[in-house]
Design a protein around this ligand. Structure first.
Ligand SMILES: [Zn+2]
Ligand SMILES: [Zn+2]
Length: 353
Protein backbone atom coordinates (compact mmCIF):
# COMPACT_ATOMS: atom_id res chain seq x y z
CA UNK A 1 0.00 0.00 0.00
CA UNK A 2 1.29 3.46 -0.92
CA UNK A 3 0.83 6.57 1.17
CA UNK A 4 -2.62 8.02 1.75
CA UNK A 5 -3.96 11.57 2.01
CA UNK A 6 -7.15 13.31 3.06
CA UNK A 7 -9.38 14.36 0.18
CA UNK A 8 -12.89 15.75 -0.29
CA UNK A 9 -14.47 13.24 -2.63
CA UNK A 10 -17.61 14.39 -4.47
CA UNK A 11 -19.30 10.97 -4.32
CA UNK A 12 -22.61 11.77 -5.99
CA UNK A 13 -24.74 14.91 -6.35
CA UNK A 14 -25.26 16.39 -2.87
CA UNK A 15 -22.73 14.14 -1.14
CA UNK A 16 -19.11 14.88 -0.28
CA UNK A 17 -17.05 12.54 1.91
CA UNK A 18 -13.77 13.49 3.53
CA UNK A 19 -11.69 10.34 3.37
CA UNK A 20 -8.28 8.78 3.04
CA UNK A 21 -7.36 8.04 -0.56
CA UNK A 22 -4.01 7.07 -2.12
CA UNK A 23 -1.58 9.94 -2.78
CA UNK A 24 -1.49 10.28 -6.60
CA UNK A 25 1.45 8.47 -8.20
CA UNK A 26 3.30 10.55 -10.75
CA UNK A 27 4.85 9.43 -14.03
CA UNK A 28 8.02 10.87 -15.59
CA UNK A 29 6.20 13.88 -17.07
CA UNK A 30 4.28 14.85 -13.94
CA UNK A 31 4.91 16.59 -10.63
CA UNK A 32 3.22 16.10 -7.28
CA UNK A 33 2.09 19.29 -5.55
CA UNK A 34 1.40 19.57 -1.83
CA UNK A 35 -1.65 21.80 -1.78
CA UNK A 36 -1.64 24.99 0.33
CA UNK A 37 -5.00 26.52 -0.63
CA UNK A 38 -7.78 25.75 -3.10
CA UNK A 39 -10.45 28.33 -3.90
CA UNK A 40 -14.12 27.37 -4.19
CA UNK A 41 -15.74 28.45 -7.44
CA UNK A 42 -19.30 28.39 -8.81
CA UNK A 43 -18.27 25.37 -10.88
CA UNK A 44 -17.69 23.41 -7.66
CA UNK A 45 -21.27 24.18 -6.63
CA UNK A 46 -22.48 23.00 -10.05
CA UNK A 47 -20.53 19.74 -9.65
CA UNK A 48 -21.88 19.34 -6.10
CA UNK A 49 -25.47 19.83 -7.24
CA UNK A 50 -25.08 17.50 -10.24
CA UNK A 51 -25.49 20.21 -12.90
CA UNK A 52 -21.97 19.79 -14.22
CA UNK A 53 -19.58 16.85 -14.68
CA UNK A 54 -22.12 14.45 -13.09
CA UNK A 55 -20.74 11.64 -15.28
CA UNK A 56 -17.25 12.17 -13.76
CA UNK A 57 -18.26 11.37 -10.15
CA UNK A 58 -16.80 10.23 -7.83
CA UNK A 59 -14.31 13.07 -8.25
CA UNK A 60 -11.93 15.13 -6.16
CA UNK A 61 -12.93 18.63 -7.35
CA UNK A 62 -10.87 21.82 -6.87
CA UNK A 63 -9.26 23.70 -9.75
CA UNK A 64 -8.03 27.00 -8.23
CA UNK A 65 -5.02 26.07 -6.16
CA UNK A 66 -1.55 26.89 -4.90
CA UNK A 67 1.02 24.62 -3.32
CA UNK A 68 4.62 23.49 -3.17
CA UNK A 69 6.32 20.84 -5.26
CA UNK A 70 6.71 17.57 -3.35
CA UNK A 71 7.92 15.20 -6.09
CA UNK A 72 9.22 15.72 -9.61
CA UNK A 73 9.07 13.39 -12.61
CA UNK A 74 12.33 12.71 -14.53
CA UNK A 75 11.35 14.73 -17.61
CA UNK A 76 10.56 17.97 -15.73
CA UNK A 77 12.96 20.84 -16.36
CA UNK A 78 13.48 23.95 -14.26
CA UNK A 79 11.45 22.83 -11.25
CA UNK A 80 12.70 22.00 -7.74
CA UNK A 81 11.23 20.37 -4.66
CA UNK A 82 9.69 23.09 -2.49
CA UNK A 83 8.97 25.54 -5.36
CA UNK A 84 5.81 27.57 -4.73
CA UNK A 85 3.53 26.92 -7.68
CA UNK A 86 0.12 26.88 -9.27
CA UNK A 87 -0.83 25.03 -12.44
CA UNK A 88 -2.77 25.53 -15.65
CA UNK A 89 -5.71 23.12 -15.32
CA UNK A 90 -6.45 22.84 -19.05
CA UNK A 91 -5.31 19.76 -20.88
CA UNK A 92 -5.62 18.86 -24.55
CA UNK A 93 -4.49 15.76 -26.45
CA UNK A 94 -1.53 17.71 -27.88
CA UNK A 95 -1.85 16.44 -31.45
CA UNK A 96 -5.30 17.26 -32.86
CA UNK A 97 -6.17 20.12 -35.26
CA UNK A 98 -6.93 22.50 -32.37
CA UNK A 99 -4.02 21.54 -30.13
CA UNK A 100 -1.60 22.05 -33.04
CA UNK A 101 -3.04 25.53 -33.53
CA UNK A 102 -2.52 26.24 -29.81
CA UNK A 103 -6.30 26.25 -29.23
CA UNK A 104 -6.20 23.73 -26.39
CA UNK A 105 -9.62 24.74 -25.05
CA UNK A 106 -11.27 23.49 -28.25
CA UNK A 107 -9.60 20.06 -28.24
CA UNK A 108 -12.23 17.30 -28.54
CA UNK A 109 -10.43 15.48 -25.72
CA UNK A 110 -10.14 18.60 -23.60
CA UNK A 111 -10.20 18.04 -19.84
CA UNK A 112 -9.73 20.22 -16.79
CA UNK A 113 -8.09 19.30 -13.53
CA UNK A 114 -10.64 19.31 -10.69
CA UNK A 115 -13.57 19.39 -13.12
CA UNK A 116 -13.13 16.30 -15.30
CA UNK A 117 -10.22 14.62 -13.51
CA UNK A 118 -9.10 14.65 -9.84
CA UNK A 119 -8.12 18.07 -8.54
CA UNK A 120 -7.00 19.93 -5.46
CA UNK A 121 -9.55 19.60 -2.65
CA UNK A 122 -6.97 17.22 -1.17
CA UNK A 123 -3.55 17.24 0.44
CA UNK A 124 -1.82 16.48 -2.87
CA UNK A 125 -2.56 16.89 -6.56
CA UNK A 126 -0.55 15.72 -9.57
CA UNK A 127 -0.15 17.72 -12.78
CA UNK A 128 1.90 17.50 -15.99
CA UNK A 129 5.11 19.45 -15.35
CA UNK A 130 4.59 21.71 -18.38
CA UNK A 131 1.40 23.07 -16.80
CA UNK A 132 3.21 24.30 -13.69
CA UNK A 133 3.80 28.01 -13.06
CA UNK A 134 6.28 29.14 -10.41
CA UNK A 135 4.93 31.87 -8.15
CA UNK A 136 7.10 34.98 -7.72
CA UNK A 137 8.14 36.04 -4.23
CA UNK A 138 5.90 39.09 -4.30
CA UNK A 139 2.82 36.88 -4.44
CA UNK A 140 1.30 35.07 -1.47
CA UNK A 141 -0.29 31.61 -1.60
CA UNK A 142 -3.87 32.94 -1.49
CA UNK A 143 -3.21 35.15 -4.52
CA UNK A 144 -1.51 32.18 -6.17
CA UNK A 145 -4.70 30.14 -5.68
CA UNK A 146 -6.58 32.95 -7.42
CA UNK A 147 -4.54 32.85 -10.66
CA UNK A 148 -7.02 30.47 -12.32
CA UNK A 149 -10.07 32.80 -12.17
CA UNK A 150 -7.84 35.76 -13.05
CA UNK A 151 -6.55 33.90 -16.12
CA UNK A 152 -10.16 33.32 -17.25
CA UNK A 153 -10.88 37.05 -17.01
CA UNK A 154 -7.68 37.87 -18.92
CA UNK A 155 -8.60 35.39 -21.67
CA UNK A 156 -11.96 37.13 -21.99
CA UNK A 157 -10.31 40.57 -22.02
CA UNK A 158 -8.01 39.50 -24.86
CA UNK A 159 -10.99 38.16 -26.85
CA UNK A 160 -12.85 41.44 -26.30
CA UNK A 161 -9.78 43.46 -27.41
CA UNK A 162 -11.11 46.67 -25.90
CA UNK A 163 -9.76 50.03 -27.03
CA UNK A 164 -8.62 52.56 -24.42
CA UNK A 165 -11.12 55.29 -23.62
CA UNK A 166 -14.13 53.01 -24.23
CA UNK A 167 -17.10 52.59 -21.93
CA UNK A 168 -17.84 49.17 -20.52
CA UNK A 169 -20.78 47.66 -18.66
CA UNK A 170 -20.28 44.42 -16.74
CA UNK A 171 -23.22 42.31 -15.59
CA UNK A 172 -22.31 40.41 -12.44
CA UNK A 173 -20.44 41.41 -9.30
CA UNK A 174 -18.59 38.18 -8.48
CA UNK A 175 -15.94 37.70 -11.16
CA UNK A 176 -17.53 40.83 -12.65
CA UNK A 177 -15.41 42.82 -10.19
CA UNK A 178 -12.29 41.16 -11.54
CA UNK A 179 -13.40 42.06 -15.08
CA UNK A 180 -13.68 45.65 -13.81
CA UNK A 181 -10.08 45.50 -12.56
CA UNK A 182 -8.91 44.14 -15.92
CA UNK A 183 -10.95 46.77 -17.82
CA UNK A 184 -9.26 49.49 -15.80
CA UNK A 185 -5.88 48.15 -16.95
CA UNK A 186 -7.11 48.42 -20.56
CA UNK A 187 -8.01 52.08 -20.03
CA UNK A 188 -11.81 51.71 -20.05
CA UNK A 189 -13.96 54.62 -18.85
CA UNK A 190 -16.47 54.66 -17.41
CA UNK A 191 -16.54 51.15 -15.95
CA UNK A 192 -20.08 50.24 -14.91
CA UNK A 193 -20.78 47.13 -12.81
CA UNK A 194 -24.31 45.79 -12.42
CA UNK A 195 -25.24 43.47 -9.56
CA UNK A 196 -27.71 42.68 -6.84
CA UNK A 197 -25.75 42.38 -3.61
CA UNK A 198 -24.79 45.76 -2.05
CA UNK A 199 -21.60 44.48 -0.37
CA UNK A 200 -20.41 42.91 -3.63
CA UNK A 201 -21.05 46.18 -5.46
CA UNK A 202 -18.87 47.97 -2.89
CA UNK A 203 -16.11 45.44 -3.65
CA UNK A 204 -16.56 46.14 -7.37
CA UNK A 205 -15.82 49.81 -6.65
CA UNK A 206 -12.65 48.82 -4.77
CA UNK A 207 -11.49 46.78 -7.75
CA UNK A 208 -12.09 49.47 -10.35
CA UNK A 209 -15.78 50.18 -11.06
CA UNK A 210 -16.54 53.90 -11.53
CA UNK A 211 -20.30 53.43 -11.28
CA UNK A 212 -22.32 50.54 -9.82
CA UNK A 213 -25.94 49.77 -10.60
CA UNK A 214 -27.97 47.85 -8.06
CA UNK A 215 -30.66 45.75 -9.72
CA UNK A 216 -32.76 46.29 -6.61
CA UNK A 217 -32.82 49.96 -7.44
CA UNK A 218 -32.95 49.45 -11.21
CA UNK A 219 -34.74 46.15 -11.96
CA UNK A 220 -34.03 46.79 -15.64
CA UNK A 221 -30.49 48.14 -15.80
CA UNK A 222 -30.56 48.62 -19.61
CA UNK A 223 -32.18 52.06 -19.38
CA UNK A 224 -29.72 53.11 -16.67
CA UNK A 225 -26.68 52.09 -18.74
CA UNK A 226 -28.05 54.04 -21.71
CA UNK A 227 -28.60 57.07 -19.46
CA UNK A 228 -24.98 56.87 -18.35
CA UNK A 229 -23.67 56.61 -21.94
CA UNK A 230 -25.44 59.50 -23.66
CA UNK A 231 -28.36 57.32 -24.66
CA UNK A 232 -26.21 55.05 -26.83
CA UNK A 233 -25.35 52.07 -24.67
CA UNK A 234 -21.87 50.91 -23.67
CA UNK A 235 -19.06 50.36 -26.21
CA UNK A 236 -18.37 46.98 -24.61
CA UNK A 237 -20.48 44.73 -22.38
CA UNK A 238 -19.41 41.65 -20.44
CA UNK A 239 -22.02 39.11 -19.33
CA UNK A 240 -20.66 37.47 -16.17
CA UNK A 241 -23.86 36.15 -14.58
CA UNK A 242 -25.10 33.32 -16.79
CA UNK A 243 -28.87 33.66 -17.25
CA UNK A 244 -30.95 34.15 -20.41
CA UNK A 245 -32.33 37.37 -18.97
CA UNK A 246 -28.94 38.96 -18.29
CA UNK A 247 -27.61 37.87 -21.70
CA UNK A 248 -30.54 39.60 -23.39
CA UNK A 249 -30.03 42.69 -21.24
CA UNK A 250 -26.33 42.64 -22.12
CA UNK A 251 -27.13 42.69 -25.83
CA UNK A 252 -29.66 45.51 -25.33
CA UNK A 253 -27.32 47.76 -23.34
CA UNK A 254 -24.59 47.47 -25.99
CA UNK A 255 -24.33 50.43 -28.36
CA UNK A 256 -24.64 49.83 -32.11
CA UNK A 257 -21.26 48.62 -33.36
CA UNK A 258 -20.25 47.56 -29.84
CA UNK A 259 -18.92 44.19 -28.72
CA UNK A 260 -20.38 41.79 -26.18
CA UNK A 261 -18.20 39.30 -24.30
CA UNK A 262 -20.03 36.11 -23.37
CA UNK A 263 -18.51 34.81 -20.12
CA UNK A 264 -21.27 33.62 -17.73
CA UNK A 265 -22.28 29.95 -18.04
CA UNK A 266 -26.01 29.24 -18.39
CA UNK A 267 -27.89 25.96 -18.09
CA UNK A 268 -28.17 23.63 -21.11
CA UNK A 269 -31.78 24.66 -21.70
CA UNK A 270 -31.23 28.42 -21.57
CA UNK A 271 -31.34 30.44 -24.76
CA UNK A 272 -30.62 34.03 -25.68
CA UNK A 273 -33.16 35.59 -28.00
CA UNK A 274 -31.70 37.96 -30.57
CA UNK A 275 -33.67 39.32 -33.47
CA UNK A 276 -31.36 38.63 -36.45
CA UNK A 277 -32.42 41.82 -38.23
CA UNK A 278 -31.46 43.83 -35.15
CA UNK A 279 -28.09 42.08 -35.11
CA UNK A 280 -27.50 42.87 -38.79
CA UNK A 281 -28.62 46.48 -38.65
CA UNK A 282 -26.82 47.29 -35.38
CA UNK A 283 -23.50 45.67 -36.37
CA UNK A 284 -23.10 44.47 -32.81
CA UNK A 285 -20.46 41.79 -32.28
CA UNK A 286 -20.19 38.91 -29.84
CA UNK A 287 -17.00 37.31 -28.52
CA UNK A 288 -16.80 34.38 -26.16
CA UNK A 289 -14.22 32.72 -23.96
CA UNK A 290 -14.43 29.66 -21.76
CA UNK A 291 -11.25 29.57 -19.63
CA UNK A 292 -7.78 30.97 -19.19
CA UNK A 293 -5.02 28.92 -20.79
CA UNK A 294 -1.30 29.10 -21.54
CA UNK A 295 -0.02 32.67 -21.50
CA UNK A 296 -3.20 33.88 -19.78
CA UNK A 297 -1.72 32.24 -16.67
CA UNK A 298 1.65 33.98 -16.88
CA UNK A 299 -0.13 37.28 -17.66
CA UNK A 300 -2.35 36.83 -14.58
CA UNK A 301 0.74 36.17 -12.46
CA UNK A 302 2.43 39.30 -13.84
CA UNK A 303 -0.59 41.57 -13.28
CA UNK A 304 -1.20 40.39 -9.71
CA UNK A 305 2.45 40.24 -8.60
CA UNK A 306 3.03 43.80 -9.87
CA UNK A 307 -0.06 45.09 -8.12
CA UNK A 308 -1.92 45.99 -11.34
CA UNK A 309 -4.79 43.79 -10.23
CA UNK A 310 -5.37 43.43 -6.48
CA UNK A 311 -7.90 40.65 -5.92
CA UNK A 312 -7.58 40.67 -2.11
CA UNK A 313 -10.86 42.53 -1.42
CA UNK A 314 -12.63 39.48 -2.94
CA UNK A 315 -11.04 37.05 -0.46
CA UNK A 316 -13.59 36.19 2.25
CA UNK A 317 -12.46 33.21 4.35
CA UNK A 318 -10.18 30.19 4.75
CA UNK A 319 -11.95 27.02 5.87
CA UNK A 320 -10.58 23.51 6.49
CA UNK A 321 -11.18 20.57 4.15
CA UNK A 322 -13.59 18.93 6.60
CA UNK A 323 -15.88 21.97 6.30
CA UNK A 324 -16.08 21.67 2.49
CA UNK A 325 -19.84 21.17 2.33
CA UNK A 326 -20.46 23.90 4.89
CA UNK A 327 -18.32 26.29 2.83
CA UNK A 328 -20.18 25.46 -0.40
CA UNK A 329 -23.54 26.10 1.26
CA UNK A 330 -22.32 29.26 2.98
CA UNK A 331 -21.37 30.77 -0.39
CA UNK A 332 -24.91 30.18 -1.64
CA UNK A 333 -26.54 31.56 1.49
CA UNK A 334 -24.42 34.65 2.08
CA UNK A 335 -23.95 36.43 -1.24
CA UNK A 336 -21.65 39.02 0.33
CA UNK A 337 -18.96 36.30 0.41
CA UNK A 338 -17.01 35.97 -2.84
CA UNK A 339 -14.02 33.65 -2.43
CA UNK A 340 -13.59 30.99 0.24
CA UNK A 341 -10.31 29.09 0.22
CA UNK A 342 -10.07 25.54 1.52
CA UNK A 343 -7.01 24.49 3.51
CA UNK A 344 -6.34 20.76 3.17
CA UNK A 345 -5.35 20.64 6.86
CA UNK A 346 -8.32 18.86 8.44
CA UNK A 347 -9.45 20.54 11.64
CA UNK A 348 -7.54 23.79 10.98
CA UNK A 349 -9.13 27.04 12.05
CA UNK A 350 -11.62 29.09 10.07
CA UNK A 351 -9.98 32.41 9.21
CA UNK A 352 -11.94 35.52 8.22
CA UNK A 353 -10.00 37.52 5.65
ZN1 LIG B 1 -13.27 28.35 -11.23
ZN1 LIG C 1 -6.26 18.06 -28.96
Amino acid sequence: MGKTMKAAVYEKPGKITIKDVPVPEINDSEVLIKVTYTGICGTDWSIYTGKYSADKLPLIAGHEFSGTIAEIGKEAIGLSIGDRVTADINMGCGHCFYCRKGETLLCPEFSQLGIHIDGAFAEYVKVPWKQVHIIPEAMDMLEAAFIEPTSCVIHSMKALDMKAGSSIAILGSGLGSLHAAAAKQRGAAPIIVIGRNKERLELAKKLGADIVISTEEYPNPVARVKELTNGRGADYVIESVGTSETYEQAFEMLRPGGTLAAFGITGDDDFMRINPAKLVLSEKKITSSCAGVGTDWSDAITLISHGRIDPKPLFSKIMPLDKMEEALNLLQKDRSLVKIFISPVVGSEVVDL
